[in-house]
Design a protein around this ligand. Structure first.
Ligand SMILES: [Zn+2]
Length: 321
């Protein structure tokens, strides 16, 4: 019997449930598995108290593989990855006739059904999708790469991704380039009003201004970012204050075109210093320091004062031209 102690340090441990993948009889089985993790030394170890749960959970998932795939599910996969039917056939190394047979229940190919179910239900296990990657051309690969990155962020409720989708929901004709500049201003202003960066993803100083690669990797093959299929409950993920800051940045900055927004970010010191020193990475503390200085210089006291910095940027841009 288990006595709820770590075998190494004898401290208490916790049990967590994690989505787990196991290959069995040539099939990919994805199931919820319980893991024991020591609260003290953080190591993961085996304990017999979780065996029953894990065996049941695995058997359940394995037995569920043998259900069929429907036309609607195939359509949902295509929608989920924002791909076309041809790319799907190439990824699965199959053809139209075999897929039709699956749907009609003829000659069921368990391995193929299994792969399709994994694509639909567990897209965060990316290896499944890349088995036939070499069948895709460069553009198709990029689309898949973007989709996989989006689905991973979606699965983890990544904050920068949630904010990105909030912006996509609110701004018409938003380009992926403008999106990056809005994220930079949102992160900067959040240091003034929220005392900290709203997200801590690395920011890079590229020629066209600051770029968050986390988000770049989601949309690099698109001019306009694609909307997630997931419906986020923004009010539970973001605080009222955070939503206020985002709304004001959208109100006062999203009205400018790509070129103007790029020029605005070029005026800011964090981008300037990093770019001119050939340092690709913009230090997160530099962003904080710069926006705190702006707060003092331009008397940005209320959230609505976010507009003052936009006007100041515009003045500088007009005087330079
Ligand atoms: Zn321990």
């Amino acid at each position: 019997m288990n006595d709820n102690k770590c075998y190494k340090c004898n401290n208490n441990y916790k049990i967590i449930i994690r989505n787990t993948k196991r290959i069995y009889n040539n099939l990919i089985v994805i199931y919820d598995k319980k893991y024991c993790i020591c609260n003290n030394c953080n190591i993961e170890f085996f304990d017999e108290s979780v065996i029953d749960y894990n065996v049941d959970s695995f058997n359940n998932a394995y037995n569920n593989i043998f259900i069929n795939i429907t036309k609607k599910e195939i359509y949902n996969i295509i929608k989920l990855y924002n791909i076309n039917y041809n790319i799907l056939l190439k990824l699965l190394n199959t053809n139209n006739i075999l897929i039709s047979k699956l749907i009609d229940n003829n000659n069921v190919d368990k391995c193929l059904t299994n792969k399709l179910q994994c694509m639909l239900n567990s897209p965060f296990f990316t290896e499944i999708l890349l088995i036939n990657e070499n069948k895709l051309n460069g553009y198709e690969k990029k689309i898949m790469f973007n989709s996989i990155n989006r689905l991973k962020l979606e699965y983890n409720d990544s904050k920068i991704y949630v904010i990105t989708n909030y912006i996509i929901d609110k701004v018409n004709n938003l380009t992926t380039l403008s999106l990056q500049k809005l994220l930079y201003f949102i992160n900067g202003f959040s240091t003034i009003f929220n005392d900290n960066n709203i997200f801590s993803d690395n920011c890079y100083a590229w020629e066209n201004g600051p770029v968050y690669k986390t988000i770049y990797n989601c949309y690099s093959s698109y001019k306009y970012p694609v909307k997630s299929n997931k419906l986020f409950n923004y009010n539970t993920i973001l605080t009222n204050l955070e939503i206020n800051i985002i709304d004001k940045v959208i109100e006062y900055y999203s009205i400018y075109d790509d070129d103007t927004l790029v020029e605005m970010t070029h005026i800011t010191e964090p981008w300037n210093n990093a770019y001119n020193n050939n340092s690709s990475n913009i230090n997160i503390n530099d962003i904080k320091k710069y926006f705190i200085l702006c707060k003092q210089k331009y008397k940005i006291d209320k959230i609505d004062d976010i507009k003052i910095l936009a006007y100041s940027f515009l003045n500088i841009i007009n005087n330079n031209n």
